[in-house]
Design a protein around this ligand. Sequence first.
Ligand code: DLL
Length: 442
Amino acid sequence: MTQETVAPTSDAVLDREEMMSRDELEALQLGRLQHTLAYAYDRVPLYKRKFDEHGVHPTDLRELSDLGKFPFTTKEDLRLEYPFGMFAVPQHEVARIHASSGTTGRATVVGYTKKDLADWAKLVARSLRASGVRPGMKVHNAYGYGLFTGGMGAHAGAEALGCTVIPISGGQTERQITLIQDFKPDAILATPTYLLTIADAMMKQGIDPASTSLKFAVLGAEPWTEEMRHELEVMMNIKACDIYGLSEVMGPGVAGEAVETQDGSHIWEDHFRPEIIDAFDSSVVLGDGEPGELVFTSLTKEALPIIRYRTKDLTRLLPGTARPAHRRMGRITGRSDDMIILRGVNLFPSQIEEIALRIPELSPHFQLELTRPEGQRMDQLTVRIERRESVTVEGVASAAKTLQQQIKIQVGSSCAVDVVDPGSLERSNGKLRRIYDLRPKA
Ligand code: DLL
């Protein structure tokens, strides 16, 4: 399967909006944006206050570039308005609520009207179809169900596409494997690190992960690299595509990747207007191709219209390919709040993943540990990484050295490398925690 090329999706099954010209799409965006700004201003006190303080009014948006005049929305705004202060409809019109886990403070709560849920399902269906999933296929959904948007969002999208959904949720890895073997699904939906956990557990049971019925994987909810894609595609004999989204903007399906090009997720711009800003000077809106922080404005949402939401995700906008009018996003290099600053050098876990997976002796299972040794003023980074099963002790020593050197050359940071035995690091059940910050709190 990985060697085959995949034919483009037939025009006959695409949504009309997927086939629009850029001009048509931008005209649609302008009308929807004007409506959303007025709608948010009229219905959500926070937006009225912020627009007034900023000296802007919805009628100031005459062309798309005027969006830059409007104030940003942040996670902090959602927290301050906890739980329902940012909802634009009365509670009886809210059909469902989701929320972030709230591990770093108050949970952020999001809501959907019936129409929002239908739009969301349509966009997830569009994303899955772009990634190779077809009506009638069996889809094993291993995203977590519950307040997290992954499980139910992916579920509704797969149903809307006309698939048979297996709603297993995350965890219970042994059971996942039994069901994959018995139900013979065509596609799996999971975080990339959880798919790796499943494949790894299969190997432990003596099952070749390439031998299953799975042909497609639609992976997201955490950063992953081209190297990880290659690892999973070869190990499992599948085509693996990206799906992106965030609860504040909708959930999974804000953007999805086309299997025939596998060149980054297309942002569904008939529903979301993306911008890239300088993460350190938010007043600067950057051009396409320039790296910065991704910002979204919703164009059709009813329960929770979101204006210029700062995602903290770092990426760039690229021209559309498989869906020419819809711009793509580059891979997310990381989140601005996940960035490790080590002796003045910025570093993201995905950079380590990229380098480590090019070293054949090393596995994709790694953690980053930050410490400040007693009496020292300098922070220390230790990359703890599992060796591959087949590697000898000599092999490990030289692989550790190569990893250390490559990190120094490519990232500019000195670090310690600790190669550990296969199976000794914690496995992912969903979004994997890569960074362990053990430095004393200031
Ligand atoms: O993770 C929604 C989702 C579920 C997306 C399932 C894809 C699949 P949140 O929990 O609100 O929502 O987390 C959103 O996760 O801002 C990114 O930092 C990260 N993220 C999501 N998708 C990707 C991706 C869901 N494809 C946050 N690549 C976002 C990299 C991603 N990071």
